[in-house]
Design a protein around this ligand. Structure first.
Ligand SMILES: Nc1ncnc2c1ncn2[C@@H]1O[C@H](COP(=O)(O)OP(=O)(O)O)[C@@H](O)[C@H]1O
Ligand SMILES: [Mg+2]
Length: 307
């Protein structure tokens, strides 16, 4: 048997490394005396799905703002597709939290999705307009929103509005999709729909996904790696590496138990850990008020879950 050297090795050249979708090097962010996180090195490859977890105020949204070019780092570097972050980068798509749009809003879903193409150049005249319309139609079809795309946004349900936000973010074919708690306040069925749409796109188009969430369980099967930030400390790794009693106890600096129940991750005992609204052991505030909210001080010491 003869062996031939690989062509790339024959002339001594190496195959170039693929450009990462996202890269953070020695990244740190602080406000005043407070450091949210520092020394963050993270390279995200095309098609990777990263869940960003951590209690409120740990700096998850701020990380997305950095990558959107809206918030300068205190230290280090942040790049999208090999270039320094900047605002208005059409390689970056963004899906915000679900929040209901004012019922009086007359902007149509189709218009909202079209805003996702602002900054893209399709040329002038009829041909440019046609290409733009085709892009919008394709994005609407991808999320199954064609039937209500011409209705005013204000009359649509929360799930329908959120599908349109997904379509808007995907419309410009971003290399990177930044999602800031996009499932919040959606029912389980809509959570799954939105999560699957995002998962489908990253498989089809190699879009890298950074997905901030309080609820890891709806996306757990999709997650390649987790970035878990707590009070300035963080851990990066696969869900099995990071979502463990040992790692979270270390991050929270308090005893935490991570349970796996029917494939779901349940975190017990973390101070201000994300709360599973479907799994509240006793959602009582310290003063006995029921219905403590996930942002409030009542989170300390409770049973919490990452869904
Ligand atoms: N521009 C800013 N100036 C000062 N503090 C800020 C600014 N932006 C965010 N913060 C603070 O940084 C912390 C982290 O915020 P955020 O990134 O929104 O957290 P998370 O999304 O994890 O809940 C919060 O305490 C917030 O008040
Ligand atoms: Mg946030």
């Amino acid at each position: 048997m003869t062996t031939q050297p690989a062509p790339a090795a024959a002339d001594g050249r190496k195959t170039p490394e693929p450009v990462p979708a996202l890269a953070l090097r020695g990244a740190g962010l602080g406000f005043g005396d407070r450091t949210l996180w520092s020394g963050l090195d993270l390279t995200v490859h095309p098609g990777e799905f990263i869940a960003v977890l951590g209690p409120n105020g740990s700096g998850k949204s701020s990380l997305l703002k950095v990558l959107l070019g809206l918030q300068p780092l205190s230290h280090g570097e942040a790049e999208v597709t090999g270039r320094a972050v900047r605002t208005g980068n059409d390689r970056v798509g963004y899906i915000p939290q679900q929040k209901m749009i004012d019922p009086g809003t007359t902007v149509r879903g189709r218009d909202l999705v079209g805003f996702g193409l602002d900054g893209h150049r399709f040329g002038v005249g009829l041909r440019g307009r046609r290409r733009r319309r085709e892009k919008v139609d394709a994005a609407l079809a991808e999320v199954g929103a064609g039937a209500y795309a011409d209705r005013p946004m204000g009359v649509l349900s929360g799930g329908e509005q959120q599908r349109l936000r997904v379509a808007q973010a995907l419309c410009g074919d971003p290399a990177v999709l930044l999602c800031d708690e996009p499932l919040l306040s959606l029912d389980l069925a809509n959570q799954q729909t939105v999560a699957r749409l995002i998962d489908h796109r990253r498989h089809e188009a190699g879009t890298a996904v950074l997905f901030v969430t309080h609820e890891v369980n709806p996306i757990l099967p999709m997650v390649d790696r987790v970035l878990y930030i707590v009070d300035g400390r963080f851990a990066v790794g696969t869900p099995d590496e990071v979502l463990t009693t040992e790692v979270l106890t270390d991050l929270y600096r308090t005893p935490v138990d991570v349970l796996r129940v029917h494939g779901r991750v349940i975190v017990v005992g973390a101070t201000d850990a994300p709360l599973d609204p479907h799994c509240q052991a006793s959602p009582m505030a310290p003063d006995g008020r029921p219905g403590a909210d996930a942002d409030g001080p009542a989170a300390a010491g409770r049973t919490a879950a990452l869904r």
